[in-house]
Design a protein around this ligand. Structure first.
Ligand SMILES: Cc1ncc(COP(=O)(O)O)c(C=O)c1O
Length: 431
């Protein structure tokens, strides 16, 4: 199969007819494939099945006779130690909550919105407030802002992280109250922030509004699956302590992609003052978290080393799936940085491959794929309000399907890319 794109109209027309035939043949097959959400596949969650029975009837923790009771708003001490290691934060500045870090993010923002933070008036009383959104980014981050009426400013994201010149300039506006960051194996571009970017993030609090916060989402902190993956980003809280900006950051993490996506444990680390602020408002909403689940987790994963060992099993399952994505695309579309059909990355960790189509064709590709039985994340989902101005970003999440299904899905995807591209070029040629 040729991976080039003809330049003359008759050859393009022949290729388009051929690709339309191929698409019709895919439609006949009645496939039901899905590359949408980034979540652990069935074999991955099975790796943590020993959580069932991990307690063996012993519900006692460090200084807690019975974790089945109410209370313990900040989490059990051994879980705070474990997440402190994961987030590179002191245990006394780490809160361990329920099963979702996204919920902790929403709570931080909604508490600031309703009650104010850092001694400032509530955001809802400050007129228009906004968040900086390095893009492409995580759709659910953007949905939180959208739900609370917080404006969003997209900013470019490079291999090193967000454009820090643009970030530093933007935060001088006191209406800017936050920035979304996934610093390690970013969702969906798979990039890892450079040391310089992290250092500049730590200093943002010196020039931003007193109620500005960096939302540092370490969802993929230990999720490398290929050799040569970058190390975890430098310790942000410690850098902030050195520059006296500790109040300017919230760090988040969870075991959603370590143990069970819906039955894991999530944590928040921040300054002592922020933690006091957060727990004061949290106490209104709950008597305490599910300490039994926290205890099960620390019995199975007593420390960061145990978590990292466990992640080797995940890596062994993810590596061939990501390799299959790359090899099918390379075989059908050519070189990932030079193909006339688009560009894609080959991440060494995280959950996603980012595909950039020819401008103006991503939504068509998603539609063509759906017609042939392949569900993809909606085009534009990686942009604030779902609007990708270039209509070019498609997020591919290959963790859940089997390797055979990933290969089949990617072959279909590549055919949809080729058809949409050829049709767009023909339209440009006026035919
Ligand atoms: C960047 C990022 N943050 C947070 C989450 C959700 O985490 P949790 O399950 O802890 O709410 C995800 C899930 O895909 C994610 O990709």
């Amino acid at each position: 199969m040729s991976t080039t794109l003809p330049s003359d109209t008759p050859a393009l027309q022949r290729l388009e007819a051929e690709l339309r035939g191929a698409h019709a043949a895919w439609q006949q097959r009645g496939l039901k494939l899905d590359l949408t959400r980034g979540k652990p596949g069935p074999e991955q969650v099975a790796l943590a099945s020993a959580l069932d029975g991990a307690l063996g009837g012993d519900f006692s923790g460090d200084g807690i006779d019975d974790t089945r009771g109410y209370g313990g708003l900040l989490g059990i001490p051994e879980a705070r130690r474990l997440f402190g290691e994961l987030l590179q934060a002191p245990p006394e500045q780490t809160l361990v909550g329920g099963n979702s870090s996204l919920q902790l993010m929403y709570q931080c923002i909604s508490f600031a919105y309703l009650h104010g933070i850092g001694g400032q008036p509530p955001w809802r009383e400050q007129g228009a407030v906004r968040f900086l959104c390095p893009t492409p980014g995580y759709d659910r981050h953007f949905r939180i802002c959208e739900a609370l009426g917080i404006e969003m400013t997209p900013l470019p994201l490079s291999e090193e992280g967000p454009d820090m010149d643009a970030v530093e300039e933007a935060v001088s506006d006191p209406a800017v109250k936050g920035i979304w960051c996934v610093p390690h194996f970013s969702n969906p571009s798979g990039i890892c922030y450079s040391e310089e970017t992290v250092g500049r993030m730590a200093r943002l609090g010196q020039r931003a509004a007193p109620d500005f916060r960096v939302f540092w989402d370490l969802a993929y902190a230990i999720h490398d699956f290929a050799p040569g993956a970058p190390e975890l980003p430098p310790d942000l809280l410690e850098l902030c302590r050195q520059t006296k900006t500790e109040d300017s950051v919230f760090l988040f993490g969870s075991t959603s992609k370590i143990s069970f996506a819906g039955g894991g444990v999530a944590a928040l680390a921040t300054s002592a003052d922020n933690l006091k602020w957060f727990s004061r408002h949290l106490a209104v909403t709950t008597v305490g978290p599910d300490k039994v689940n926290q205890l099960r987790h620390v019995r199975l994963f007593p420390d960061l080393h145990a978590l990292r060992e466990h992640m080797r099993g995940h890596a062994a399952l993810l590596r061939p799936r990501f390799a299959a994505v790359d090899s099918v695309l390379a075989d059908t579309l050519g070189h990932r940085q030079k193909s006339p059909y688009g560009r894609w990355n080959t991440p060494r960790g995280g959950y996603f491959v980012m595909f950039n189509t020819r401008a103006g064709t991503a939504a068509t590709v998603v539609q063509l794929a759906a017609e042939a039985g392949l569900a993809l994340t909606p085009a534009g989902a990686t942009w604030p309000r779902g609007h990708d101005p270039d209509d070019s970003d498609i997020r591919i999440a290959p963790s859940v399907p089997s390797i055979t299904e990933v290969k089949q899905a990617m072959a279909l995807f590549a055919d949809c890319i080729r058809l949409a591209t050829v049709q767009a070029v023909l339209a440009e040629h006026g035919g």
